[in-house]
Design a protein around this ligand. Structure first.
Ligand code: SF4
Length: 372
């Protein structure tokens, strides 16, 4: 990301006792969803052992035991339980670590879920998206609402302490009733954590080439978001980040590392890392990753500006004392702008903490652009 104004930078001190997470990217999916711009290869029925071996090769270089381990993708549930078990052992997480695995409802069975749990996975995250089968077909998803309910039941029976579900908002022909039905499905399914994202038409996707009919206007999308925030809170899911809601005590520890600018190491093509405030990434090249011909590329430093951007995603907001320790400070012009935001109901100051309200989160990009 590039921003116009450079904020003075001083590296914030991180203690070696700080939390550390490992992200393993699994770039394989059964098929490509029409809205998706993630780096993944369609058509795979499983994850090639050569890819797992490449992850194991890289994990052998790690210097720290992680507090969190995250299998993201793509569709990590295409890994076999044996492959997950080998990767967990190689990552060697600390006792009590959070170990998350992303899944699609139709890529799991009762046996595979029991196997993932036995391998140490504590948190299973399902891309449910909608409880409307016609909507799921429109999105290019390969599961049904009944399939999602079945997968959530099997996850409960397999004994996962944390079960997560994703919902997409402001889909074509969207209604509050569709949201309510999807929330009901996830709640009845025992979800402890829900992520709710607005649909964004990304360049290069099937939706960008063939835009679907019935997309809400930006104002309607904002209303769907605010409705979702309210309904999730009423259902006992407390918002802690712009798109993330959890039963108290069930917040995702791994993603909080990103938003709190802690150390994380991403492994696999298109995976990003930030270690000691230095960012890097792997090129989008599965074959190069497998045969070892690609390497992590430096991407720059994580500075006060990044810290501000990340903290304002969180409901707890930006602590200005901590911001100062990163070398950042708000100028008079920025303070004047923020006072306008407060008066308009988009932001609030509580003592030395600046946070965005739900209405401010809807227009977060515009606020941050103006601020930075
Ligand atoms: S949305 Fe998920 S399942 Fe669909 S193509 Fe993208 S990564 Fe794969």
């Amino acid at each position: 990301m590039k921003y116009l104004l450079t904020v003075s930078y001083r590296k914030a001190k991180k203690s070696t006792m700080d939390s550390f997470g490992i992200y393993l990217h699994i770039p394989y999916c059964k098929s490509k969803c029409r809205y998706c711009d993630f780096y993944s290869a369609p058509g795979a029925r499983g994850v090639p052992q050569s890819y797992v071996d490449a992850l194991l090769r890289e994990l052998a270089k790690k210097h720290r035991r992680p507090d969190t381990l995250y299998f993201g993708g793509g569709t990590p549930a295409l890994l076999s339980p044996t492959q997950v078990d080998r990767l967990v052992r190689a990552a060697d997480p600390l006792p009590g670590a959070e170990i998350t695995l992303e899944a699609n409802p139709d890529t799991v069975t009762a046996d595979s879920l029991r196997g993932f749990r036995a391998a140490g996975v504590t948190r299973i995250s399902f891309g449910v998206q909608s409880a409307d089968d016609a909507q799921l077909r429109r999105l290019g998803r390969t599961h049904t609402a009944a399939g999602a309910a079945g997968a959530l039941r099997m996850a409960r029976e397999a004994g996962f302490p944390e079960i997560c579900g994703d919902i997409m908002l402001a889909l074509p022909h969207y209604t509050n009733e569709e949201f309510d039905a999807t929330l009901h499905l996830l709640r009845e399914g025992g979800c402890t954590h829900i992520s709710a994202y607005l649909l964004k038409i990304e360049p290069g996707t099937a939706f960008a080439r063939f835009p679907p009919e019935g997309l809400p206007t930006p104002d309607q999308a904002a209303d769907f978001y605010l409705y979702a925030v309210r309904r999730l809170e009423e259902a006992g899911y407390r918002q802690y980040e712009i798109s993330n809601f959890a039963r108290p005590g069930h917040e995702g520890r791994h993603n909080l590392l990103y938003w709190n600018c802690r150390d994380y190491w991403g492994v696999g093509p298109a995976a990003h890392s930030c270690l000691n405030n230095r960012r890097s990434f792997w090129p989008d090249d599965v074959q190069g990753f497998i045969n070892g011909s690609t390497a992590e590329q430096a991407e720059g430093v994580c500075d006060a500006e990044d810290f501000l951007l990340m903290q304002l995603r969180l409901c707890k907001g930006l602590d200005l004392d901590e911001y100062a320790r990163w070398g950042g400070h708000l100028t008079k012009i920025q303070m004047d702008f923020l006072r306008h935001c407060v008066a308009a109901g988009y932001a609030a100051f509580e003592g030395n903490v600046l946070r965005l309200t739900p209405a401010g989160m809807v227009v977060q990009n515009a606020i941050l652009e103006a601020l930075i």
